[in-house]
Design a protein around this ligand. Structure first.
Ligand code: FAD
Length: 519
């Protein structure tokens, strides 16, 4: 395996891109799929570069529901269609849930979710399904699901509408911080030798003898164009996968369609701090999650066919849809004025010409290899990023004729922040004078690296970026020096998560973050 040798400063990676080319494997896209493939490949001893047009997880990977799950909804499909493939998908994802919880325990935790039941007939149906979920998880099950009466359901989730409530089922899944996980995976790859250049867009593919052999990359900060050679090229650009496939073959048939899934964020009083809610049946036959997240309440998601655009926005119609469901299930009034942030993520769905709506298309991932050897990874979900990575790199090894390459070593690989995690880390930070919410946040966001952020904070950068949030000025400087961040948006949206939680506070913090980045 490569030695640990690269930190998290973008300029170092940019320099290395030219100095170290050509690469065994070049990955386009720095979301969960691309970062996962980079980590998988460096653990096999491959020389890897990853190019991301914007920032790590700037696409769908920072806009998920933040659940590490087998997919209760996919289980329902498996049962209804008696589909063994769907069962296997759920079981594999539950296995990956356990791997993530083990390898990045600072960024993930088990979360109980209440499913409220308003019709007695629903009880056996939902209870049987969730017991099957427990069974599929096997030894990795977090806690057994159980039925609770209406009083207990209301005690666990006090905002629930009491009228007609028959009871609830409590089950467990994992919850995580998606963008910070993405950064941890990318940095884990970088520390093992991967070159990871953000704000670097692939604008052309090169071919030699009909085989893909490299790319042209536009450095979006300097405006320079650089040619980078590679024996194998992976296209991990999520909803943009077809546009990169057309750089390879202008005649390539589209493979994907996109649908928008939005979330809204309310403040923390709309959910208890340690329990989520699963609304099992929306008006269009979906499920809706309502989750405590980073001190706020996260609610989503929707499923609307959508064009592929940068920074997709949540429409008023989609926001209205979520508020309408809350009204049905909540005793507490929620209005449009309570929405502190709303955002959309694009699901790249593998096209199936026979399906009539996007909800029916498969969520499973597809690895496609073009005639020239371009490997495209599309679909899938965050939870299974590690398995998707292995399938992708396996395909790239064959397509690029990379020879005899060992299997990946990621199943027990502790991600950055988890290697020397101190179980008493929160108390240690509090003992150093950090307020309880800040200590808790720093420990969970940075794991064993929280100490480095704390040092910057005690060195004059201890002020908060926003009054009601635990984010500190120190994180801006830390993100720039150690986490490949460049712009204020990188810091506010994907190193801290303020941009996803509180739009007004983000706008207010922007000038200070810009000033810190320039100082
Ligand atoms: C609403 C929603 C909720 C979800 N919730 C969950 C959940 O709770 N749990 C779960 O397990 N999964 C969830 N998922 C699925 C999961 O988020 C996605 O499967 C995953 O994030 C996809 O990652 P990706 O890397 O394939 O794509 P992306 O994250 O979109 O990454 C693609 C990257 O490629 C870059 N790029 C594009 N073109 C170029 C180019 N020419 N050059 C360089 N870079 C380029 C983009 O900037 C982008 O950063 C959810 C998905 C959605 C939409």
């Amino acid at each position: 395996m490569n030695e640990i040798r690269r930190g998290g400063r973008r300029s170092d990676h940019r320099q290395a891109l030219e100095q170290e080319a050509p690469f065994d494997l070049l990955i386009i896209g720095g979301g969960a799929s691309g970062a996962g493939a980079a980590l998988d490949a460096v653990t096999r001893g491959l020389k890897v570069a990853l190019l991301e047009r914007d920032d790590l997880s700037a696409g769908t990977s920072s806009r998920s529901t933040k659940l590490i799950h087998g997919g209760v909804r996919y289980l329902e499909k498996a049962v209804k269609r008696l589909d063994r493939t769907q069962f296997a998908l759920v079981r594999d994802a539950l296995h990956e849930r356990a791997v993530l919880l083990r390898n990045a325990p600072h960024l993930c935790h088990a979360l109980p979710l209440v499913t409220p039941l308003y019709a007695t007939l629903q009880v056996p149906y939902i209870m049987t399904g969730l017991k099957m979920y427990d069974w599929l998880a096997g030894r990795t099950n977090l806690h057994p699901s159980r039925f609770v009466n209406a009083r207990e359901a209301k005690r666990r989730f006090p905002q629930l509408k009491a009228a007609g409530l028959r009871g609830g089922v409590i089950y467990y899944d994992g919850q995580f911080d998606d963008a910070r996980m993405n950064v941890a995976i990318a940095l884990s790859a970088a520390e093992r030798g991967a070159v990871i250049v953000t704000h670097a867009e692939v604008t052309a593919l090169h071919h030699e003898g009909g085989r893909v052999a490299g790319v042209t990359v536009l450095d979006r900060l300097s405006g320079e164009r650089v040619e980078v050679g590679a024996r194998a090229v992976v296209n991990a650009t999520g909803p943009y996968a077809d546009s990169v496939r057309r750089l390879d073959d202008p005649e390539a048939e589209p493979m994907l369609s996109a649908s928008s899934g939005i979330h809204i964020v309310l403040d923390g009083r709309f959910a208890p701090p340690d329990t989520g809610l699963l609304i099992p049946q929306t008006e269009d036959g979906r499920v809706l999650f309502l989750l405590p997240w980073l001190g706020s309440t996260l609610i989503g998601t929707t499923d609307q066919p959508a064009p592929v655009v940068d920074d997709p926005e949540a429409s008023e119609q989609e926001i209205e849809y979520i508020l309408r469901h809350l009204e049905r299930y909540f005793d507490v009034p929620v209005t449009r004025g309570d929405v502190k942030a709303a955002w959309s993520g694009l699901r790249p769905l593998v096209s199936d010409p026979t399906a009539s709506d996007t909800a029916r298309l498969s969520r499973d991932h597809v690895v496609h290899v073009s005639d020239s050897g371009l490997v495209t990874i599309a679909g899938g979900k965050w939870t299974t990023y590690r398995r998707m990575a292995t399938d992708t790199v396996d395909a790239a090894i064959t397509a690029g004729r990379l020879g005899d390459v060992p299997r990946p070593a990621t199943v027990d690989l502790k991600l950055v922040g988890a290697e020397r995690l101190d179980p008493d880390g929160v108390a240690a930070l509090q003992a150093r004078g950090f307020e309880a919410d800040v200590a808790d946040y720093l420990h969970h966001a940075y794991g064993d690296r929280a100490e480095l952020v704390a040092e910057l904070a005690t060195d004059g950068l201890g002020a908060r970026l926003a009054a009601d949030h635990p984010y500190l000025e120190a994180e801006v400087v830390y993100a720039q020096r150690h986490e490949l961040a460049v712009s204020a948006a990188d810091v506010l949206y994907r190193r801290t998560r303020l941009g996803f939680l509180d739009e007004a506070a983000t706008a207010a913090a922007m000038p200070r973050v810009e000033a810190l980045l320039e100082s």
